[in-house]
Design a protein around this ligand. Structure first.
Ligand SMILES: [Zn+2]
Ligand SMILES: [Zn+2]
Length: 102
């Protein structure tokens, strides 16, 4: 199940579960759309993979036992493990390889 992490690892913007601009990689590294587009260049700094929009977990329990209320979002904020200069170099070195070929 997705963690639904509460913030962008790069700029620390709040990304509540309903945020339409939350992006995740296959490991659920979580960033805002602006950072993915303008800073990360669709390269996850932690794993080198690409990003997709994070699905929004429904608030309303339309089927028994499944809803945001039943499975709340994580409250554990994450922050970047790499310095910004190193990250920029990493993104530049990977950006031109399509995610499917990384
Ligand atoms: Zn951000
Ligand atoms: Zn990642």
């Amino acid at each position: 199940m997705l963690d639904l992490r509460p913030n962008c690892e790069y700029c620390d913007k709040d990304l509540p579960p309903e945020a339409a601009d939350a992006r995740i990689c296959s490991y659920e590294c979580t960033f805002c759309a602006a950072c993915v587009e303008h800073v990360l260049l669709n390269v996850c700094p932690n794993c080198g993979g690409g990003f997709v929009p994070r699905p929004i977990r429904p608030k309303t329990e339309r089927r028994p036992g499944v809803s945001l209320g039943r499975h709340p979002a994580s409250t554990q904020r994450a922050s970047l493990k790499y310095d910004r200069a190193e990250l920029a170099e990493f993104a530049r070195s990977v950006r031109d390889v399509k995610p499917e070929d990384r």
